[in-house]
Write a protein that binds this ligand. Structure first.
Ligand code: MEV
Length: 437
C-alpha cells in the first residue's frame, strides 16, 4: 500500500474512489454502502461533511429516549444516543421506579473551569511571585477583547494563581487559572485566554527590571484548559424508606438494600469492580452527553480522574442505609455546554436540547448525572438480583430474530417460547429452524 499525497484536497467522491480502489479492489458494493448513508438533503449532508475533515460518509447511532425522569420535581424525557442494547430500557426502568419514590434530587455544587499555562522558570521563586503580582492586571487587560462578551453573560476569569511544581519537575511552574463560562463549555474561551496569558507572561518577563537575564528567559511550554474539573461538580441522589423499595422485582426490600449497599462497597474498595461499576454510570452519562452535542472524551477523562482523586480508583457512587432509609448518591464533575459548539449546529442536538426544554448548563449537569445514577441503580439492582444476562439475552433475542429475517408470526412464537426458557444463541437458532421445518 503506497502513501497518499494531497488526500485532504480531493473531493468527497474522489476520496471514496481512492478508498474503494486502494482497499476494496474497486468493489462497487462498497461505494454503494458508503453512499447509501448520505442524506438526500444536500444542505444537511454538507453540514455533516464539514464537521470534521476527510469525511467519506455518515455513521449512524440510535437516538432513543428514556421518559418518566423526575428531577427536582420536574418531569423529563431524556434523549440518549448509544449503540448498546438495554441501556435505554434500564434508564427508563430506574426512572419509573424512582418516580414513585420521590424522584431524583440534584444540586450543582460548583461550576469552576480550569486552565493552565505550563512554564519553566529558573531563578528566585520570591521574585517570580512578585512578578506575577505586578503583572496580574495585564492578564485581565490583555484578554478584555475575549472576556467582554462572557462578562456580559455573568462569566469570565475568576482567578489566576502561580503554582510551584518545582519539587516534582525542575523549574516547572504553572499559572493556574479558573473561569466561569456560564452556559458554554468554554473550551475556546479558556484556551484563547490562556494563550494571551502566556503572551503576557513571556513579554513582561523579558523586560522585568528585577529579573536576571536567565530569569527573563522564562519559557512557556504550553497553554491549555484542563479536562479535570473537580470544582465543576453536581450531586445527585435518591432515597426512600427501605420498606418502600418493595416492588414486583424486590420482594424482600431489607435484603435487597443490604445486598445493594454491599455491592457498592465492593466497588468502593476493589478497582476491578470499580471500573465496571463506573462504566455502567458512563453508559447513562455518555449517551446524554452525545445526544446533547457535548464532548464525551473530555467528560470521560475528567470523570475517571475524579474517581481516582484519593489516590486509588474507586466507585463514583455511594450507598447507605441509615435509620431505615436507603440512600444512593454520587458527585460527578461535568463541564458541559448548552450554547455554542455543536449545540447550535447539529439539528439532532438542537432537538435533544429542545426535548429537555432548553436547559442551562447547570440543569444539564443535573440531568446527565441523574442519567448516570439511574443507570448505575438499574445495573447494580440487576446484578444483585436476577443477574444482567436475563435482560441482555432478551435484547439479544431481537438481534437474532433480525439476523434471521424472522416474520411477524415467527417473532410472536419465539418471544412466547422464550418467555419461560433461557435465551442462548444456539437455543434461539434451533427453535427458529424447528419452526421453519
Ligand atoms: C454493561 O454495559 C454495564 C454493567 O457491566 C455495569 C455494571 O456492572 O455495574 C452492567
Amino acid at each position: 500500500m503506497s502513501l497518499v499525497n494531497g488526500f485532504s484536497k480531493l473531493s468527497k467522491a474522489e476520496k471514496v474512489h481512492w478508498i474503494v480502489e486502494t482497499y476494496f479492489n474497486g468493489n462497487s458494493e462498497i461505494t454503494n454502502l458508503l453512499t447509501s448513508y448520505y442524506n438526500s438533503d444536500q444542505a444537511l449532508q454538507k453540514l455533516h461533511d464539514e464537521f470534521i475533515e476527510n469525511t467519506i460518509t455518515n455513521f449512524y447511532l440510535p437516538f432513543g429516549v428514556a421518559p418518566n425522569f423526575i428531577i427536582n420535581d420536574k418531569v423529563y424525557t431524556i434523549p440518549m444516543v448509544i449503540e448498546e442494547s438495554s441501556v435505554v430500557a434500564a434508564a427508563s426502568n430506574a426512572a419509573k421506579f424512582w418516580s414513585k419514590r420521590g424522584g431524583f434530587k440534584a444540586t450543582v455544587l460548583s461550576t469552576e473551569k480550569i486552565g493552565n499555562v505550563h512554564f519553566l522558570f529558573s531563578g528566585s521563586k520570591q521574585k517570580l511571585e512578585q512578578f506575577i503580582k505586578d503583572i496580574q492586571s495585564k492578564f485581565y487587560e490583555n484578554t478584555k477583547h475575549i472576556t467582554k462578551n462572557m462578562e456580559k453573560r455573568g462569566g469570565g476569569i475568576l482567578a489566576i494563581e502561580l503554582v510551584d511544581k518545582t519539587s516534582e519537575l525542575k523549574d516547572y511552574y504553572q499559572l493556574h487559572a479558573t473561569f466561569d463560562t456560564k452556559d458554554s463549555m468554554g473550551a475556546n474561551f479558556i484556551n484563547s485566554c490562556l494563550e494571551e496569558f502566556a503572551n503576557v507572561l513571556r513579554a513582561e518577563a523579558a523586560v522585568y527590571a528585577n529579573f536576571t537575564e536567565t530569569e527573563k528567559n522564562l519559557q512557556v511550554i504550553m497553554s491549555i484548559l484542563s479536562n479535570y474539573v473537580p470544582n465543576c461538580l453536581v450531586r445527585v441522589e435518591v432515597s426512600c424508606a427501605v420498606e418502600d423499595l418493595k416492588s414486583k422485582e424486590i420482594k424482600d426490600p431489607q435484603y435487597f438494600a443490604e445486598k445493594f449497599v454491599q455491592a457498592v462497597r465492593i466497588a468502593e474498595i476493589e478497582t476491578y469492580r470499580a471500573v465496571t461499576h463506573n462504566k455502567g454510570i458512563m453508559n447513562g452519562v455518555d449517551a446524554v452527553v452525545l445526544a446533547t452535542g457535548n464532548d464525551f472524551r473530555a467528560i470521560e477523562a475528567g470523570v475517571h480522574a475524579f474517581a481516582a482523586k484519593d489516590g486509588k480508583y474507586s466507585s463514583l457512587s455511594h450507598a447507605e442505609i441509615n435509620d431505615g432509609i436507603f440512600h444512593f448518591w454520587m458527585d460527578l464533575p461535568l463541564a458541559l455546554g448548552t450554547v455554542g459548539g455543536l449545540t447550535t449546529l447539529h439539528p439532532m442536538v438542537k432537538f435533544a436540547l429542545e426535548l429537555l426544554e432548553k436547559p442551562s448548563a447547570n440543569e444539564l449537569m443535573e440531568i446527565i448525572a441523574v442519567a448516570g445514577l439511574a443507570q448505575n441503580f438499574a445495573a447494580v439492582k440487576s446484578l444483585t438480583t436476577t443477574g444482567i444476562q436475563q435482560g441482555h439475552m432478551k435484547m439479544h433475542l431481537m438481534n437474532i430474530l433480525n439476523q434471521f429475517n424472522a416474520t411477524d408470526e415467527e417473532r410472536v412464537k419465539v418471544v412466547n417460547y422464550f418467555d419461560t426458557q433461557t435465551v442462548t444463541h444456539s437455543a434461539v437458532v434451533e427453535f427458529i429452524e424447528s419452526l421453519r421445518k
